[in-house]
Design a protein around this ligand. Structure first.
Ligand SMILES: [Zn+2]
Ligand SMILES: [Zn+2]
Length: 346
């Protein structure tokens, strides 16, 4: 079958590889229909985020079930399904707590489309077929009437944006939210959309990219252009809920500086280096809670799908371009916020 292989920075191509087969009774085979480009994918493609190669790219997928093992009963041939990007058994203690990124039955970080970096190499979504273990609990049926292109980001980036605001807004319903945009471009905008859908009284989006500021305003945020001068940005108020989707030190420290006493800031990335200059002393004195860690995709995708199904959150509003699989090599580095690849190999 054809699969989009990453062999190193700027070395991506469609290659013929072995077609996956059902290996276990709880496996399913899924034919990807729509695959969203994760915010991390272009950074991997150009070498900004170094990854061991080779591996098949793509990990935000909606597909069609084309084969099931004998122990599968929740999904059926022909079902359209959302595939959370991390592999989770949904039976171990962390999975049952909702910490599905910490499943003890797979090596830490096991995920589609990220190769051996993610534990076991499960293959990727930019391919003609994907084997999904534990398919009964991993696969989420796509409700009738929802376009796969709309749902394609739910397995990762849409859920990532949602989790940054859902728990804090449940603690403080209606509270105002600040989102600091940047290197996780779609996650920040999905956080804006989720905060509005969940009833935040106000969402302020600060970034230094004109096109993302425009998108944020379109989906209902107040916006402010940081013009790259993060140290000089002054806000009229501090915020109880802050999201750092900027990723770089200057943007993250602006985010931390903007949290009101006893508020929470969630970062969607560990930044560009393992060494960071985090202002711990001022955070301690103000009682700032700092959340950092990967999304729990399998647990989070379900409530996110609920918001999408109800019409409260439409992820397609920030999809900049729909690109056929056959043009995915160029699409991987298109300088736009969100790309969704659609399978034209059928
Ligand atoms: Zn991702
Ligand atoms: Zn588990």
């Amino acid at each position: 079958m054809r699969a989009l292989m990453f062999r190193g920075p700027m070395a991506i191509a469609w290659e013929e590889i072995e077609t996956p087969k059902l290996l276990e009774s709880r496996d399913a085979l899924v034919r990807p229909i729509a695959v969203a480009r994760c915010d991390l994918d272009p950074a991997i493609a150009i070498g900004l985020y170094p990854m061991p190669a080779p591996f098949v790219m793509g990990h935000e997928m909606v597909g069609e079930v084309v084969a099931v093992g004998e122990a599968i009963s929740n999904v059926h041939l022909g079902d359209k399904v959302i595939v959370p990007f991390q592999l989770s058994c949904m039976t171990c203690a962390p999975c049952l707590r909702g910490h599905t990124n910490a499943c003890v039955n797979v090596p830490s970080g096991t995920a589609f489309g990220l190769g051996p970096h993610g534990g076991v190499d499960l293959g990727g979504a930019l391919a003609e077929l994907v084997r999904v273990p534990w398919a009964d609990v991993m696969l989420i049926p796509l409700p009738e009437g929802i376009d796969p292109v709309v749902a394609a980001g739910i397995p990762d980036n849409v859920s990532d944006g949602y989790r940054c605001v859902a728990a804090p807004l449940a603690e403080r319903p209606g509270a105002p939210v600040l989102v600091v945009g940047g290197l996780a471009p779609s996650v920040g905008l999905y956080a804006v959309m989720a905060a509005i859908a969940l009833g935040a009284e106000k969402v302020l989006y600060v970034d230094d990219d004109a096109s993302r500021l425009e998108l944020a305003a379109e989906v209902g945020a107040e916006v402010m252009n940081a013009k790259g001068q993060w140290a000089d940005v002054k806000l009229e108020q501090k915020f109880p809920i802050v999201v750092d989707a900027n990723v770089l030190d200057a943007g993250r420290n602006f985010a931390l500086r903007s949290v009101e006493p006893c508020g929470v800031c969630t970062s969607v990335s560990g930044g560009a280096s393992s060494e960071s200059n985090i202002p711990l002393q001022s955070m301690y004195l103000k009682g700032i809670r700092y959340e950092i860690g990967r999304v729990h995709a399998c647990a989070t995708a379900r409530p996110v799908l609920g918001l999408v199904s109800s019409g409260a959150l439409d992820p397609a509003r920030i999809v900049s371009k729909v690109v056929p699989f056959s043009e995915a090599v160029d699409g991987m580095t298109l300088p736009v916020t969100k790309v969704v690849f659609v399978n034209d190999f059928v």
